[in-house]
Design a protein around this ligand. Structure first.
Ligand code: ADP
Ligand code: 5GP
Length: 191
């Protein structure tokens, strides 16, 4: 059983929503709280969604070698803490990681035997755009920046152990739950 479950998706696909639902359904599954320099959204909670840091605080952690991986995404830094990943390895429970495609590849490379990588696709680019607009957290400029990165991210899809589409939310929650529970590699979870 792989204990590190790494989830990636283009921004707006719904991975935070899915991860939250999985956490609600299975409270025993832990979630890796990353550090970021991105401003906090109104509904986000410090220490639950992210540790929100200033650039200086983030760079201090880089200098102290506290990150197993970190990336610049959409103009901000995001990083996974080494101690959280170590906890996941020694823990009896599964741990979810919500990271970008580069972060997913780094974690898989470091812990190939313990890591299952899952890529989540939106039903279409139009749906993705609508989800980003409806989320109401980003300006038009930031939404465009997020959408521009989508093509590059989609190219990584086949490097993941499995992928699924987040079309109907409740079916997608079931699908992700099944992937995490059964860990069937090579199965395509389309909808
Ligand atoms: P991500 O973490 O991938 O950037 P979010 O989880 O923030 O994306 O979801 C983006 C928006 O899309 C949110 O407003 C969320 O409520 C909505 N959303 C998530 N999944 C679905 C779905 N299956 N159908 C419609 N809207 C969805
Ligand atoms: P958002 O700003 O929408 O929360 O996240 C933007 C992107 O950063 C998403 O693709 C998300 O998965 C990614 N991300 C979040 N935390 C980390 C992390 O610790 N490392 C990396 N590499 N990416 C992260």
């Amino acid at each position: 059983m792989k204990k590190i479950i790494v989830i990636s998706a283009p921004s707006g696909t719904g991975k935070s929503t899915l991860c939250e639902e999985i956490r609600r359904k299975k409270p025993q599954i832990k979630f890796s709280v990353s550090c970021t320099t991105r401003p906090k959204r109104d509904y986000e909670i410090e220490g639950v969604n992210y540790y929100f840091l200033t650039d200086d605080e983030f760079m201090e952690k880089v200098g102290n070698d506290e990150f197993v991986e970190y990336e610049e995404v959409h103009g901000y830094y995001y990083g996974t803490l080494k101690n959280i990943l170590r906890d996941a390895i020694i823990s009896e429970e599964l741990m979810l990681f919500d990271v970008d495609v580069n972060g997913a590849m780094s974690i898989k490379k470091k812990y190939p035997k313990n890591t299952l990588t899952v890529f989540i696709l939106p039903p279409s680019i139009e749906d993705l755009m609508i989800r980003l607009i409806n989320r109401g957290t980003d300006s038009k400029e930031i939404i465009n920046k997020r959408l521009e990165r989508t093509n590059k991210e989609m190219k990584f899809k086949d490097k993941f152990d499995t992928f699924m589409i987040n079309d109907d939310l409740s079916s997608a929650i079931e699908k992700l739950n099944e992937i995490i529970t059964n860990q069937n590699k090579g199965v395509v979870y389309g909808s």
